[in-house]
Design a protein. Structure first.
Lengths: 294, 348
């Protein structure tokens, strides 16, 4: 089932075409990455889908136009666009209560469990103004996912963050993606991040999709490096995966030559998470080749 | 939306700035009351003004004054009728005569109400004349200052809501909620307006309590007069009437702040425009008076219609209902237009 259908999306600002006839579909549970240089139209697509920008074209959510069904769309979608912010004079708990009350829901203990996943559970009663950039971004992600969305729209969620916070955010997205069978549309300049999180990538240039590429398919046989928090964890994963996959183990990493998606799913199925995934000759190569072809 | 408003009201009680404002106004109410109590025996503390009614010791003197004024009114009316009929009066003279007739009518209505209720001259004060001995007059003064402050605070706070969210980035989370950005902005506006309304109501109750504790709760009145009608206001009645006028001012100022915030997405500009609209009434009236010698066009402008109690102390002011209608005639179309514009604005 198609979770999101975008067709003929056009946006013009001051007579300049920002989006030029953008069309794509995302299946339920699919993770799609938007990549492209600055000004390619990544954020614009997300802003149009989120309803922050008015645009021409059709955007359907499970077959229904978002414009006419915005309340239903927003109640099932988590949206984090560019650099959002919470109310700095309020504590994280108050911010959660603020947004929950607007969604018509009561404060829930589950929120604290979710905060634990993001490692900000001890900051519930601290004011946002005392938070670091990483904590602020995590708090925004927490607010955007409080209602257990089935679709997640993320615009550069880890840009300008320290590596630890970025890794924690990626781990969180992976976990809720797995747990809730989330449909994900994410834009990022970090190609490794897109490779880690996405099944498919849309490469954009000047407001057009110039390549729609399936990552980690059975046909993509490349050497991949799964990096883990500790060497022990990497060793444990190696022990469990070596009977099913063609893998090797070195320090904190497990190297795979084979089906990346199957390996990723297997690692997540044994309740383990990796810090990052690097595909040799992967997305970066594809991106550069696509750009050169154009 | 109800849950959000409830949450915001709860949060207001613990908000530092909201508490500072409330405590500041409550202390002001208490300080003015105490000042009045300490100066009530000082004969120079306040000159008794009562719509031109001359001092009377007995009610016979007052009845005589009524008769004299009625005769003066009749003479003035006859003079005006004759003057118009034979064309001996120019437009300025006609206008002056009409103003004089209105003034005399107000005089008579005030004297009649004082006579009917057997109120001595010392126990009555004209509306908006600060008399330290009169609890009703003190209550009106305190509440007038309070509603200007609360209304301005409400307007300025609301005028910054949307621009601040857009600048700081909260809008990227709050504008994508299921209620939509328009209803969200309305919810914030309603919650903030309600906060300031409740603050003003609590303050009015404190003022009423002060007037009961510090002043004689009965026997002293304020007279609010317009044209041929005069109202006798006891301290509770004065507080009740000021509550109504104050609520209108606060609601109207909040609406101005909200409209401006939807149209101007810059904190400082939104703040300045709102402050100008809410406070420029007196300036516009002064300019109008400077040009024409009286209030002409200004009474039809939004900044000048916000204080609807003006009808009790300005002979040229519009009646309360006309002022309310003019205010609504400005605010409703602007409200609708700003909502439509906001709905169709892209968020960057």
């Amino acid at each position: 089932m198609q979770a999101l259908t975008v067709s003929g999306l056009k946006k013009t600002i001051h007579k300049k075409a920002i989006l030029n006839d953008v069309s794509f579909t995302i299946e339920q549970g699919e993770s799609v990455g938007l990549v492209g240089i600055n000004g390619a139209g990544k954020s614009s697509i997300l802003k149009c889908i989120a309803g922050l920008w008015h645009c021409r074209g059709d955007i359907l959510f499970y077959g229904k136009p978002i414009k006419e069904n915005y309340a239903e769309f927003a109640s099932k979608t988590g949206i984090l666009i560019e650099y959002p912010s919470l109310f700095s004079g309020m504590t994280l708990r108050e911010n959660i209560q603020y947004f929950s009350s607007l969604r018509g829901t009561e404060y829930n203990e589950r929120y604290e469990q979710t905060a634990k996943l993001l490692n900000i559970d001890d900051a519930f009663d601290k004011k946002i103004e005392t938070f670091s950039s990483g904590m602020k971004q995590k708090a925004c992600l927490l607010i955007a996912t409080l209602h257990e969305p089935s679709i997640l729209l993320l615009d550069e969620p880890t840009s300008m963050l320290d590596p630890k916070s970025a890794a924690e955010i990626r781990a969180f997205i992976s976990q809720i993606k797995q747990r809730n069978k989330l449909t994900l549309l994410i834009s990022s300049h970090n190609l490794a991040e897109i490779e880690n999180l996405c099944d498919r990538v849309l490469i954009l240039e000047s407001g057009r999709i110039i390549n729609d590429y399936i990552l980690h398919g059975n046909d993509t046989k490349k050497e991949c490096r799964f990096r883990f928090a500790t060497a022990e964890l990497a060793g444990a994963v190696f022990a469990k995966t070596s009977q099913y996959f063609n893998v090797s183990f070195e320090e904190d990493s497990v190297y795979l030559y084979g089906d990346v998606k199957a390996m990723k799913d297997f690692i997540l199925s044994i309740d383990t998470d990796f810090i990052d995934l690097t595909v040799n000759g992967g997305l970066e190569k594809i991106f550069m080749e696509t750009a050169e072809e154009k | 939306m109800a849950k959000f408003i409830k949450f915001e009201l709860k949060r207001a009680v613990t908000s530092k700035w909201f508490l500072i404002l409330f405590v500041g106004l409550a202390v002001m109410a208490l300080a003015i009351s105490v000042y009045c109590v300490m100066n009530r025996d000082d004969s120079s503390a306040g000159k008794q003004v009562l719509y031109g009614v001359a001092y009377y010791e007995t009610f016979e003197e007052l009845s005589q004054q009524i008769e004299t004024t009625k005769e003066a009114l009749k003479a003035e009316e006859n003079e005006l009728t004759e003057g118009i009929a034979n064309g001996s009066l120019n437009d300025l003279q006609i206008a002056a005569a009409e103003r004089n007739i209105q003034y005399l009518e107000t005089n008579i209505s005030v004297m009649t109400v004082l006579s009917e209720n057997s109120i001595s001259f010392d126990h009555a004060t004209a509306y908006h004349n600060f008399n330290v001995k009169n609890g009703a007059s003190v209550a009106i003064t305190i509440l007038f200052i309070s509603w200007i402050i609360v209304g301005l605070f409400a307007a300025l706070k609301i005028s910054c809501n949307i621009p601040s969210e857009l600048k700081e980035g909260q809008a990227k989370l709050s504008f994508v909620l299921p209620i939509g950005k328009t209803r969200y902005s309305l919810a914030r506006y309603a919650a903030d307006t309600l906060k300031f309304i409740l603050l003003y109501i609590v303050l009015a109750i404190i003022v009423l309590i002060c007037s009961v504790i510090f002043f004689e709760p009965s026997g002293y009145y304020t007279v609010a007069a317009v044209g041929s009608a005069a109202l006798l206001l006891s301290p509770p009645a004065a507080v009740f009437l000021s509550l109504g006028f104050g609520l209108f001012y606060i609601i109207a100022c909040s609406a101005i702040g909200y409209i401006v915030s939807l149209l101007i997405h810059n904190n400082v500009a939104s703040l300045l425009v709102t402050a100008f609209v809410c406070l420029s009434g007196y300036l516009i009236e002064a300019v109008d008076r400077g040009i024409y010698g009286t209030i002409t066009f200004s009474k039809y402008l939004l900044p000048c219609t916000l204080n609807i109690d003006k009808v009790f102390y300005s002979a040229e002011a519009n009646s309360v209902w006309v002022a309310i209608l003019i205010t609504l005639a400005y605010l409703i179309p602007f409200f609708i237009v700003s909502l439509i514009k906001f709905k169709h604005t892209d968020l960057n």
